[in-house]
Design a protein around this ligand. Structure first.
Ligand SMILES: CC(C)(COP(=O)(O)OP(=O)(O)OC[C@H]1O[C@@H](n2cnc3c(N)ncnc32)[C@H](O)[C@@H]1OP(=O)(O)O)[C@@H](O)C(=O)NCCC(=O)NCCS
Length: 173
């Protein structure tokens, strides 16, 4: 069934909902690729730090029936720090619509390249979205070693997938 999906800018009152979906996305989705100890180390969110960071850069949420279903952002140099989808809405085009919003903004801003450090879980999603692996990385987080991938996508004239901001998004864009 097609989702009634809206992509809109993050609001400060989304804070608790985005923290909850971040934790669920790790515990229920990324947990298929990472050990319980890694999941416990990754699934930590300091509310004050989140509050400051989410408001410090363009950030979008996906909303389905008034539920916050996903989160992404865009930094001035094309870096995407956050890409998380609530497990209840996984595999239904939410991530794609979020990335489309970030990519549209990047094109408007004249940013030529998107890049991110991507989990094992998210790698096939980013590949499907046109990103390629620059290099694998090993990082230490809260005492656990993680494998992830530095990935990038060069933006050009044909990269525009259409903004979905503020109006219903077609998940099959
Ligand atoms: C990665 C993530 C954001 C993807 O979000 P999603 O809403 O499930 O992805 P979408 O439904 O928009 O998928 C878009 C496309 O990618 C493809 N895709 C997504 N995940 C895939 C997978 N694991 N394997 C193969 N293809 C995949 C979809 O089939 C779809 O292809 P289509 O356009 O041909 O239909 C989500 O799985 C998630 O939150 N994962 C856990 C947290 C995480 O690891 N985040 C990244 C931190 S770096």
């Amino acid at each position: 069934m097609e989702l009634a999906l809206i992509i809109r800018p993050y609001r400060p009152d989304d804070l608790d909902a985005v923290i909850e979906l971040f934790l669920l996305a790790i515990r229920e989705t990324a947990s298929r690729d990472y050990s319980p100890a890694q999941v416990a180390a990754w699934a930590q969110a300091d509310r004050d730090i989140w509050k400051a960071r989410r408001s410090s850069k363009p950030t979008w949420v996906a909303e389905v029936d008034q539920t916050v279903a996903g989160l992404t952002d865009l930094e001035a140099d094309g870096h995407i720090d956050m890409m998380y989808v609530h497990p209840r809405f996984g595999g239904r085009g939410v991530g794609k619509a979020l990335l489309s919003a970030a990519q549209s903004r990047a094109l408007e801003e004249g940013i030529g390249r998107l890049y991110s450090e991507v989990s094992i879980t998210a790698r096939p999603f980013f590949e499907r979205m046109g990103f390629t692996v620059v290099e694998p990385e090993t990082v230490l987080r809260n005492g656990q070693v993680f494998t992830r991938f530095k990935m990038e996508k060069t933006l050009g004239q044909n990269s525009h997938t259409g903004s979905t901001q503020g109006r219903p998004a077609n998940p099959s864009l």
